[in-house]
Design a protein around this ligand. Structure first.
Ligand code: PLP
Length: 478
């Protein structure tokens, strides 16, 4: 692939856009500059390849394709069928899954599809027979009402938000918290690790319909074999949301008990985090759930995005290459080097380290809230996000933690030595930032003081660190 081809493709695209709305072309160009200049440690972000990005910008966007491959509600979907089937095939091969559904527009959509599939599957078995209908689509309003009362178990057991779970795992501000009664399992206060005995105990007491594994901010491996045994012991469906660590599963860093695919009934993911694909979602499942999963659109999803499915096919093909396994291993090596660098300098990390792509700094050790730390780091050219820590006294808005992750910097080619330098920059900013006060003298959870000259100096050092590893080296827009 000539670098020239990438530059030509993106320059030409911008020229075409500029002729219609120059401000959009300018914003696209400015975004590339900003991304190139920032030390991005947001654990859920990455940089998709030029091929993946280009696969999204085309006329596939013009096509309606409700339904699934070969069974569409619209005519003329032969080319959409090609890319959807390709993306699903790559996903099945990559993850060793029986079935893959590649239409979800995002991770949250993938979870909605999964919830629907599990509920519909349960309803279709004995309860449906009782209602004397063959398909869930044939149920009347009255049938639904009766079934909801009869089933009586729309309970979900998932990881608590402050231990690192996700909103869609049954929490009130999300539809999952309205569809399901929720109970959470947390982590051991002493170690910060999941206590599987406590999960089993909660499952026995609560008898969930769905046991959810997976997280947004837990820095350790999860034993999915044990969670499946717990689910089986109470007759629950075991669902894993691997949105964050799908790249580590794809790259065979997480295998055996730590690979959710052979253990879960249903697995959901995003495609844009460690998997490094386009912004989107995906569902993998056992054969018995496949029919219900394939009804995702139009049951809970809007029309599929064929241009994004094309990009998923490209990204998943990339993830099947041997070099992706090397990339996935480097993500973890880098996260561990970053964690060790911080620990050596005196930072407090939740669980004392990491064995995945992320680490969680408890910034209360620096006398700061997550909000203060996040802003001070941003002033210094380091992009992170604040995050609750287990039993967080500052709640979900101010928080006491900073989540950092290495998928993006690893894509740029930074290695373990640069992670140690990054740890030094982070530690310097956090030690030099002081919490501010409100007008009435009470401590503020948002205000802080950091010498602007120091912030500038750190920003320049961050830029120097990035300079040998240009982002999208093949793209020159000048
Ligand atoms: N699931 C988990 C575990 C996540 O961390 C996230 C997003 O951060 C999502 C789902 C939602 O993904 P999306 O933003 O693509 O809907």
């Amino acid at each position: 692939m000539s670098r020239n081809a990438e530059s030509t493709a993106f320059r030409s695209a911008l020229e075409v856009i500029r002729a219609v709305e120059p401000r959009v072309a300018d914003a696209i160009g400015a975004e590339l500059t900003d991304q190139r200049e920032s030390l991005k440690l947001i654990a859920s972000e990455n940089y998709a390849s030029p091929a993946t990005l280009l696969a999204m910008g085309n006329w596939f966007s013009d096509k309606y394709a409700e339904g699934t491959v070969g069974r569409r509600f619209y005519a003329g979907c032969q080319n959409v069928d090609t890319v959807e089937a390709l993306a699903a095939e790559h996903a099945r091969e990559l993850f060793g899954a029986a079935h893959a559904y590649v239409q979800p527009h995002s991770g949250i959509d993938a979870n909605l599809v999964a919830f629907w599939a599990v509920l519909a599957d349960r309803v279709e078995s004995p309860a449906l027979k009782k209602a004397q209908v063959r398909q869930v689509n044939d149920l009347t309003e009255a049938d639904w009402f009766a079934l909801r009362r009869e089933l009586g178990n729309q309970r979900m057991l998932g990881m608590s938000l402050d231990a690192g779970g996700h909103l869609t795992h049954g929490f009130r501000p999300n539809i999952s918290g309205k569809m399901f009664d929720q109970r959470s399992y947390g982590t051991d206060p002493a170690t910060g690790l999941i206590d599987y005995d406590r999960v089993a105990e909660a499952a026995r007491e609560f008898k969930p319909l769905i046991l959810v594994g997976g997280y947004s901010a837990y820095p350790r491996k999860v034993n999915f074999r044990i969670l499946r045994e717990i689910a089986d012991s109470v007759g629950a469906t075991f669902m894993v949301d691997m949105a964050h660590f799908a790249g580590l599963v794809a790259g065979k860093v997480f295998t055996g008990d730590f690979d959710p695919v052979p253990h879960a009934h249903i697995v959901t993911t995003t495609t844009h985090k460690s998997l490094r694909g386009p912004r989107g979602g995906m569902v993998l499942c056992q054969p018995e759930l496949a029919d219900q999963v394939d009804r995702g659109c139009p049951m809970v999803l809007g029309g599929p995005l064929p241009h994004v499915m094309a990009a998923k096919a490209v990204a998943l093909a990339e993830a099947r290459r041997p070099e992706f396994a090397d990339y996935a291993q480097r993500i973890v090596d880098n996260a561990q080097a970053l964690a060790e660098g911080l620990l050596r300098r005196g930072a407090k990390l939740v669980t004392g380290g990491t064995d995945n792509h992320l680490a969680l700094i408890d910034v209360s050790g620096y006398g700061l809230t997550g909000r203060q730390a996040e802003q001070a780091l941003l002033d210094s050219g380091i992009v992170t996000n604040r995050n609750s820590v287990p039993q967080d006294p500052n709640g979900a808005w101010y928080t006491s933690g900073i989540r950092i992750g290495t998928p993006a910097l690893t894509t740029r080619g930074l290695g373990t030595a640069e992670m140690d330098q990054t740890a030094e920059l982070i530690h310097t900013v956090l030690t030099q930032t002081t919490a501010g006060a409100n007008a009435d003298g009470t401590p503020s959870k948002a205000k802080y003081t950091l010498d602007p000259a120091l912030a500038d100096k750190i920003s320049r050092q961050a830029t120097d660190l990035l300079a040998p590893h240009p982002l999208y080296p093949g793209i020159d827009l000048s």
